[in-house]
Design a protein around this ligand. Structure first.
Ligand code: DTR
Ligand code: CA
Ligand code: ZN
Ligand code: ZN
Length: 315
């Protein structure tokens, strides 16, 4: 817009006055540092709607969503359809384990610098004994809803975003290891962070942060201190979930966890509430790991922490 002579004079006078008053240079909008884009709140209702779908899928398929069974493939088809509709480029990676066909789902958000890839992932399979809603519908639903939030926001981060749902974790991290082993060597070093979410809605929850990569750990801790929730370092997990193959390949990893079969101490009840002497998840690997086996507050907090880290690490 071209200013008239008088308008330009008035603008110059305003700047001069400001400089006199502030004694410093006036930073105009063009020179102001870009403000980081704040992550959106992840709607708990959206995450729980995915859990309801995964529960229905298990109920309709023999009570589980295990590797090589109909319930797993139906779970993957559900997640994939949501992502395709949201504008993701999805890839289904097939493998065989224990004589059964398994699948990984990888979803790339178009754009961003593909030499710096921020990944968030979770295993989508359950054990054969139950629907696996906390283990690991909770992580899978939170990662899905965060990916959908990226689409809703039409977020355009500097780095490239990739989301993944792994098969056959319960058989020994089979799907994630298959993915990492088949990455071209150069592609491993292009993954700047892998964030893992396996059991993040435990009914008697703890708030555990992986202490693998310090920068990722700090990012998660920033979030939780911002909402006044104390955290502890995750000590059960080294090698026990899908971050392990990435870590072995030299990728910086981190993640969140609300606890499995270990029992909550009185000291932990003092900081987090819940029940001392009871397992964080009494239905771990059991048929009672249903939609009733979720603590909504923990699921909501961890979903929002997930989004905060994805935005922070990719902008
Ligand atoms: N292996 C996971 C459960 C599990 C146990 N310890 C941790 C630590 C961090 C994440 C997950 C876990 C499973 O049963 O899927
Ligand atoms: Ca939320
Ligand atoms: Zn498990
Ligand atoms: Zn798990």
């Amino acid at each position: 817009m071209k200013l008239s002579v008088s308008a330009r004079a008035a603008a110059a006078a305003a700047v001069a006055t400001t400089m006199l008053l502030t004694g410093g240079a006036v930073a105009d909008a063009a020179s102001a540092p870009a403000r980081p884009v704040a992550a959106p709140d992840i709607p708990l209702a959206g995450v729980k709607a995915h859990l309801t779908q995964l529960q229905s899928i298990a109920t309709a398929n023999g009570g589980n969503r295990a590797h090589g069974r109909a319930g797993y493939k139906a779970s993957l088809d559900y997640v994939k359809a949501k992502l395709d509709a949201a504008g993701y480029t999805t890839t289904v990676q097939q493998f065989t384990s224990s004589g059964r066909t398994g699948y990984n789902l990888v979803a790339d958000w178009p754009g961003g610098d593909t030499s710096q890839v921020v990944m968030a992932g979770s295993h989508l399979d359950s054990v054969t004994s139950g629907p696996g809603i906390n283990d690991n519908g909770s992580g899978s639903a939170a990662v899905l809803e965060a990916a959908l939030a990226v689409s809703r926001a039409q977020y355009k981060p500097t780095k490239h975003l990739r989301f993944a749902w792994w098969g056959a974790e319960e058989l020994g991290l089979v799907g994630s290891r298959y993915y990492v082993n088949r990455l071209a060597t150069g592609d491993r070093s292009r993954i700047s962070a892998y964030l893992n979410f396996d059991m993040i809605g435990s009914a008697n929850p703890g708030y555990f942060v992986y202490d693998d990569d310090p920068a990722i750990e700090k990012t998660f801790k920033e979030y939780f201190s911002g909402i006044g929730v104390p955290t502890e370092i995750e000590t059960e997990g080294d090698g026990r979930s899908d971050h392990a193959p990435f870590k072995s390949a030299g990728v910086p990893v981190g993640g969140l966890f609300t606890g499995a079969s270990r029992t909550k101490t009185a000291a932990q009840v003092a900081k987090w509430g819940g029940t001392a002497g009871q397992a964080f998840d009494r239905c771990y690997h059991s048929s009672c790991d249903t939609t009733a086996n979720i603590n909504d507050t923990a699921l909501d907090r961890n979903s929002d922490a997930l989004a905060y880290a994805v935005w922070e690490l990719s902008e």
